[in-house]
Design a binder for this molecule. Sequence first.
Ligand code: NIG
Length: 411
Amino acid sequence: MKHDCLAITDARLLTMAGRRPRRGMGMGDLGIIPRGGVLIRDGRIVTVWRAEEEGPDLEGVYTVDARGAVVMPAFVDCHTHACWCGDRLDEWCRRIAGEPYLEILASGGGIMSTVRSVREEKERTLAEIVAEHAGAARSHGTCLMEVKSGYGLTKEHELKMLRAILASQRMSPIGIVPTALLGHAIDNAAPGFVERTIEETLPAVHELLPGAAVDAFCEQGAWSVEDTLKLLRAAQRLGHPVRVHADQFNSLGMLREAVKLGAKSVDHLEASTPEDLEYLAQSDTFAVGLPYCGLHMADGRYADLRRVVDAGGAVCIASNFNPGSAPSLSMPLAIALAVRFCGLTPKEAIVAATINPASLLGDDSRGAIVPGARGDLLMLRSTDERDLAHAIGDDPIRTVVAGGRMMPRRA
Ligand code: NIG
């Protein structure tokens, strides 16, 4: 048996070969090989072939017969807040009873409640929590996950979170990409909070993670457009890529400002105007939809991603995993929601959960089944990829292959 070799034969391959990222009409292109195989050696894809072609010599290679099932790139979850502790179950019950998310935040709860819990937690424990979440994400088919800080909100605690996220890379069964969410909320108990974030926390974060994206939550009761711009411009001067949470509840004008800044992504978009979505679509900034919010907030507010695709934009979807607005790591369910409520087709939603978020996170070795790419694959139970979007809360994945190794479904 050839060690560190794995072949999958007789598969319906969604290769995603070709242009990356996908945008507009191109978002429906899955690069399908209706019958084919893939050979992975030492964690990397070495050959992809069609059934009608002569494939590689598989003598001695551990080979799985997919029997026509879909084999596709593993998911890339490009927006999570997976470094958190404590719980917000009492607040959730208040929300179920009708109290709005932003009112809970204004009363010192919400994000600030998790900030208090995280400030009290040890770095090592936070790292273990992220690794545990990463294991759960893998069981849902995710092999690369972005994790934001943002529940520290001081130099000391943001650095602690980011070091914990970095440490989790060594404990996690999947790839972890840290993002410095320095502008997640306003700590009203800290005088000069915005200035301190920009003048103290940002430079310290730059020392630790000079290449990390810097992010902010621009919203009424969180960061204003003016302060968000100050933070993101300062981050850009230090060479950081920037992202922003915008238009979750209110359209404040941040979307256009983010595009003008050249932000990597604008995330949320539930309250965006049609004109702003079309403006975003004409830029190189990704539109990131987070459909768990509409479900968990039970307010029926979802990003109109159909409009972005129709206007030629590049779209991603993500779990947004966090204790307040999106308590799930399941990308299959995010796909199911994006198709029902954000207007994506099943094909577009698959692109938005694989190759496009890999490009957003700057990792072109993921999100496609092409020679040279990482051997991060999923074998579905179905022979038709539309079943991924059709199933609701089901388990559509038969096998997860991470770095060329077939994985147990639970970490
Ligand atoms: O993207 N809205 C801002 N941040 C998260 C929620 C975080 C929380 O409530 O703890 C979001 O939905």
